[in-house]
Design a protein around this ligand. Structure first.
Ligand code: A2P
Length: 273
């Protein structure tokens, strides 16, 4: 399935598989292990995790047991949003490397510009210092690419004005009805790949009648249309599932949506929860 192996090319030349396996809300232990093993069996080669998900070690075990060479797999993880101090960041990064049992990350992200307990609070100065640490990791090759998550235009402008490496990626909540216009446009203008988490609106768009109408018309499922929609905009989808049949279904997105169907999907606004 080409979506699993085709790549976007980041601004630094690193290739990243166009479809990633999202692991947010997959509990550590058998759930994360089995879901990752299934994803790898189906052919996913891009796994997205985070220190905050608590499942890095199970994912690493699944990757190791799969027998697939490490270099064939793209691993993204994230520095927890509440870590805004460089010495703590160094410690937590070391924990991540130990849990993932690897000498390099393919992509390392700042999970959010602010702690989840104070969304919107201003940590711009601290993020600049954290980013300098990320640049160190990038220069050392410990992270092949570096980026951010949940950053808006203001956050991105402040970070890039004060640092050298423009983030390679911004991972944001992106799905039909929630396409983050200004942030997406800013990222494209600055050659920052946009990754979309919750491409199914964490399940919230699955019973949308208009998406169902289009899905029926093109002979695909609502989930497949929703995931394909991101690819039509060159946004990298990170669908999450623990159900083997769905993990497989979500990767079968090698079809095209017509301009008319995309326009109809663009007009939908009631998908968010
Ligand atoms: P489950 O993990 O039980 O299979 P998102 O990727 O937007 O975060 O959405 C994830 C949610 O959507 C999970 O609850 C997941 O359930 C569900 N889901 C994932 N893929 C599908 C699918 N193909 N059909 C229906 N539900 C799905």
């Amino acid at each position: 399935m080409p979506a699993l192996t085709d790549t976007f090319v980041l601004s630094n030349g690193v290739h990243i598989q166009k479809l990633g396996f999202g692991t947010w809300q997959i509990p550590d232990g058998p759930d994360a292990y089995n879901a990752t093993r299934t994803a790898l069996d189906v052919g996913y080669r891009h796994i997205d995790t985070a220190r905050a998900y608590g499942n890095e070690a199970s994912i690493a075990r699944a990757i190791r047991d799969s027998g697939i060479p490490r270099d064939d797999i793209f691993i993204t993880t994230k520095l927890p949003a509440e870590i805004k101090d460089v010495s703590r960041a160094r410690e937590v990064h070391a924990q991540t490397m130990a849990a993932l049992d690897t000498d390099h990350l393919d992509l390392y992200l700042i999970h959010a510009p602010w702690p989840w307990t104070s969304i919107g609070s201003d940590h711009k100065a601290e993020n600049i210092e954290i980013w300098k640490f990320f640049e160190e990791l990038y220069d050392a090759g410990t992270a092949r690419s570096i980026g951010v998550s949940n950053f808006d235009v203001d956050d991105l402008e402040s970070l890039t004005a004060a640092t050298d490496v423009v983030p390679h990626v911004n991972q944001i909540r992106w799905f039909i009805g929630n396409t983050q216009g200004p942030t997406t446009a800013w990222c494209k203008e600055h050659e920052i790949l946009v990754e979309g988490y919750s491409p199914l609106a964490t399940g919230g768009l699955l019973d949308n009648a208009e998406i169902k109408r289009i899905a029926d018309k093109v002979g695909k499922t609502v989930a497949q249309v929703a995931i394909r929609y991101l690819l039509e905009y060159d946004v990298l989808p990170l669908p999450k599932s623990t159900t083997p049949s769905r993990i497989e279904e979500n990767a079968a997105v090698d079809f095209e949506l017509s301009a008319e169907d995309i326009a109809a999907l663009d007009a939908i606004t009631d998908t968010g929860r």
